[in-house]
Design a protein around this ligand. Structure first.
Ligand code: AVJ
Length: 313
């Protein structure tokens, strides 16, 4: 078995800096990457099982049914790199079809990543598994030093790209392009624009799991930064904004209140919002243009039930 885990610290300092900066901004905001502490990861997995949230299920079904064609389109690959790999469940599927020498999984949630990646390494004795605990939006360049030479595929499934504005997405895909190198490819999955009612339901599930996921952010700040948010005094509020082409998630203050974080006080008016996430939805041609602006040209694409997977070189 070949397994390597590397921790790029600093995530904690970032949390405090980003939260203080975000609460001082107008409108108030906190980056969605901070949803994923341990309870947050569990709640996200539960979201993926909700009947209203088809995204993950649809991508899984698409990948399962089209895998031979996708693998044929990709061809020979030596190294697969998956930013935001989480529990490595999606990489596992790709490994069945492609037989790379190395798998590099990257995630901000380091301990969960390490455990999942080590299991994967045990299951694939011939594969070199490298797990990097980092914020890849900031530290991606540091990953290059750990890549074996050869043809590289960056795999970015799950519509994670939807968390970024179109400009930020171009910037991130440009860095993926640099990391992948001259013979590199990008396989990316994203949610398509669709009936806003359907989108609305996906982010307002009847069991309240998405609401709990959103509110867990406040509980995380209480746990890790000694903040004193009262989650009962905030409302999960998610809606589709058709002008921006995105779901927006907010936590709206149900009272005029003051919250303390690391000895700083922040005032919320009644009805004031803390913006916690954007989840962009794309048309296939819109996404092609974003990727083209990052230096990628489309090789192939697959679509199923409102979800798309595209291959770029
Ligand atoms: C992991 C960013 C793809 O935007 O649908 C799910 C996160 N937020 N429900 C998404 C999420 C609320 C998810 N992504």
């Amino acid at each position: 078995m070949s397994f390597q885990f590397l921790d790029f610290p600093s995530a904690r300092d970032d949390l405090l800096t980003d939260v203080l900066g975000g609460l001082a901004a107008c409108p108030k905001r906190i980056p969605p990457k901070y949803f994923y502490d341990e309870p947050g990861c569990r709640l996200f997995s539960a979201i993926c099982e909700q009947p209203e949230y088809a995204l993950t299920r649809t991508e899984r079904a698409l990948m399962a049914s089209r895998l031979p064609g996708i693998a044929a389109a990709i061809g020979e690959v030596d190294c697969i790199i998956e930013p935001g790999a989480g529990d490595c469940g999606k990489a596992r599927v790709l490994l069945q079809a492609l037989h790379p020498v190395q798998l590099v999984v990257i995630d901000i949630a380091g301990s969960a990543l390490a455990a999942a990646a080590e299991l994967l390494a045990r299951a694939h004795p011939g594969l070199a598994v490298t797990a990097l605990a980092m914020d890849f939006v900031r530290d991606l360049e540091a990953a290059s030093a750990h890549l074996q030479p050869g043809r590289r595929l960056v795999y970015y499934p799950g519509s994670s790209i939807g968390n970024f504005s179109p400009d930020e997405a171009v910037a991130l895909l440009t860095r993926f392009h640099r990391l992948a190198g001259p013979a590199g490819q990008l396989l990316i999955g994203f949610d398509l624009k669709k009936d806003p009612q359907q989108l609305h339901r996906a982010y307002n599930d009847a069991a309240g799991i998405t609401a709990a996921f959103n509110l867990n952010l406040l509980e995380r700040l209480n746990r890790e930064l000694g903040a004193d948010f009262d989650p009962v005094r905030f409302r999960h509020y998610a809606f589709y904004n058709p002008l921006a082409g995105r779901i927006e998630m907010h936590l709206v203050s149900l009272a005029a209140q003051t919250v303390k974080v690391a000895n700083q006080r922040f005032h919320f008016d009644l009805g004031e919002t803390l913006h916690t996430e954007n989840s962009y939805k794309f048309r296939r041609d819109e996404f092609n243009e974003i990727a083209a602006n990052a230096g990628w040209h489309r090789v192939n694409e697959w679509e199923q039930d409102g979800f798309a997977v595209q291959l770029f070189a």
